[in-house]
Design a protein around this ligand. Structure first.
Ligand code: SF4
Length: 556
């Protein structure tokens, strides 16, 4: 094992003791450098980024059994690798088996796609990697990544070589790191764009991703940057977010949000009331991630997200520390974003770009595609557009730069692949996390259920024509954002009519993103078996259709 790393001194914030209840939270800025739990010890023993050399020189040659357990269940995440769930273990045993009993000998591999920006050359390589090394798997995640399964450790160096040859990487795709930077999928092309955040995303990637100064954070750190008035990157639930606004004196820029996050103890991010011009976004990002690294809580994993620090400090103190100790200057006050005019944020359908061409967004089933489909989409995008594509934060994809006279042909090609450009509200609004098929934390199956549910609701409710989000999670975590869906489904075991434990869901109703963002109500005692789910949702939607008043939407 490599030598233990020393926690970096806070760059702009000399360690200082803060008295009171946080002295035991393991904050580096309070002088608490002694690891207080096994995860902090693992990171202290060796930086997660260093595992790459061992993968390339030892593990890929010697095989799965040679992998150090601390690398297997810890540091490999810094390069986007998680062991996947061993097949055949039911959800009832998820919580009771030891990690090694749940581990398969194959990996999930996450490819980061910052801003969701892709070329057809990159998509083609991703499709080839899927077919050659991942048994054809490829899921579009709700953080604009592509995720593979069935990866063998022996193949990882070759996969990296191919991905990196076209400018893709898995660096810090998982782990206690700055994760993929969400960006508006129509940045630079949308006619209604306030500001194009792409230069900031590229600069943040260049300066911070893979930098050992920021590779040991208390936990993951999620970023979203969008200048779209549709608020299309779920900025409310990211650790730091930059949201496009017009400043009355200074013009286009970003409204700064911090401390959002779901999972247990979900929180909507708070505005700091600060306006940030495009050129200053990377510095402000550096300040916020620096605060998280230095002041973030490290004692308990379930209190280690930035949202807990923001909740304790409040917006005023957070902004003061950011300005005085990290930026060395005050930020300008600025306005809040306006309420979007459209409810869908996913850019599905055919839309005119500001240059007169069109972008075409399409919906797979709950983010599930496959390697063959990816290569076919690459060919279609090449034949109809300029070779640029995007992934969205709703598990969708977009082909950019399509001339008007090529739109119909592209739409026909996508629909022939079952990639819907004009999907039903159910296909369009349903997302699902990985679930029990591959996820070690899962209790229930999700992707297949979401696809079947979509088909069933389309058949039963062809008249339903409203925006609706149905988010399916395989466990109490929130990878598919259940708390902010119209209908959020949290996977758990429930009792069926015969009293048997079966896969099912706790139902949350009425969550939302946008300026009216809030968490869905857990319907007391309402648990539905997976089998009964179509009946339940049909009942809810039929009742709504029968009782709605003029102008009322399901999400109100
Ligand atoms: Fe796994 Fe749970 Fe996340 Fe789904 S929500 S991917 S089951 S951890």
């Amino acid at each position: 094992m490599a030598a233990a790393s020393t926690p970096p001194s806070p760059a702009a914030a000399p360690p200082r003791r803060s008295p009171g209840r946080h002295r035991g939270e393991g904050q580096w800025a309070a002088g608490h450098f002694t690891p207080l739990n096994p995860n902090e010890q693992m990171k202290r023993d060796d930086d997660g980024l260093n595992v790459r050399t061992r993968i390339e020189t030892v593990y890929a040659k010697a095989g799965f059994d040679a992998i150090d357990p601390a690398d297997l269940r810890g540091r490999m995440r810094w390069w986007g690798l998680y062991t996947q769930r061993r097949p055949g273990i039911d959800g009832g045993r998820t919580a009771v088996l030891a990690p090694e009993e749940l581990d398969d000998r194959y990996f999930m591999l996450r490819v980061r796609i910052d801003g969701g920006r892709l070329t057809t050359a990159q998509l083609r390589v991703m499709g080839e990697v899927s077919q050659e090394f991942a048994r054809g798997t490829a899921d579009i995640t709700d953080r604009q990544n592509i995720q593979y399964h069935w990866i063998r450790i022996e193949d990882v160096p070759e996969i990296w070589r191919r991905l990196e040859a076209v400018g893709l990487s898995t660096t810090e795709a998982c782990g206690d790191t700055p994760r993929v930077i969400l960006g508006s999928p129509v940045a630079g092309v949308a006619a209604d764009e306030i500001v194009d955040g792409t230069p900031a995303i590229e600069e943040i990637h260049r300066r911070f991703i893979g930098d050992p100064a920021f590779s040991n954070l208390p936990r993951k750190f999620k970023t979203a940057i969008s200048g779209s008035p549709l608020l299309d990157v779920a900025h409310e639930i990211n650790d730091v977010a930059f949201v496009g606004v017009h400043h009355p004196e200074h013009g286009p820029g970003f409204d700064l949000w911090v401390g959002g996050g779901l999972s247990t103890n979900p929180r909507i991010g708070v505005r700091l009331g600060a306006w940030v011009p495009l050129s200053e976004v990377p510095d402000v990002f550096g300040g916020v991630i620096g605060i998280f690294r230095d002041h973030g809580y490290r004692r308990l994993r379930n209190r280690a997200r930035l949202k807990f620090l923001v909740a304790d400090w409040g917006a005023t103190k957070f902004r003061t520390v950011l300005e005085q100790e990290y930026l060395g200057r005050p930020l300008l006050d600025g306005p809040a974003p306006a309420q979007p005019v459209a409810r869908w944020r996913d850019h599905v359908g055919v839309h005119r770009q500001k240059d007169g061409r069109f972008y075409v967004g399409f919906a797979p089933r709950a983010g599930r595609v496959d390697g063959t489909t990816l290569t076919k989409v690459a060919a279609l995008a090449e034949a109809h557009g300029s070779g640029r594509l995007r992934t969205t934060a709703e598990q969708k994809m977009i082909v950019l730069d399509v001339p008007g006279d090529r739109v119909d042909s592209l739409v026909a090609g996508l629909e022939a692949l079952d990639l819907r450009v004009t999907p039903s509200p159910f296909r369009r609004g349903t997302m699902a996390c990985t679930g029990i098929e591959f996820c070690k934390l899962a209790i229930v199956e999700t992707k297949g259920l979401a696809a079947r549910l979509t088909d069933e609701l389309e058949r039963r409710l062809p008249e339903f024509d409203e925006p609706l989000t149905i988010n399916v999670n395989g466990c109490p975590n929130a990878c598919a954002r259940i708390q902010v869906a119209d209908i959020g489904l949290k996977g758990q075991l429930v009792l069926d009519d015969a009293g048997r434990q079966v896969e099912g869901f706790q139902v949350h109703l009425g969550g939302a993103l946008g300026l009216g963002a809030g968490f869905g109500r857990k319907v007391r005692g309402l648990k539905v078996t997976a089998t009964a789910l179509p009946d339940y949702i049909e009942r809810v939607l039929r009742r709504y259709l029968a009782q709605r008043e003029d102008g009322e939407r399901f999400a109100q």
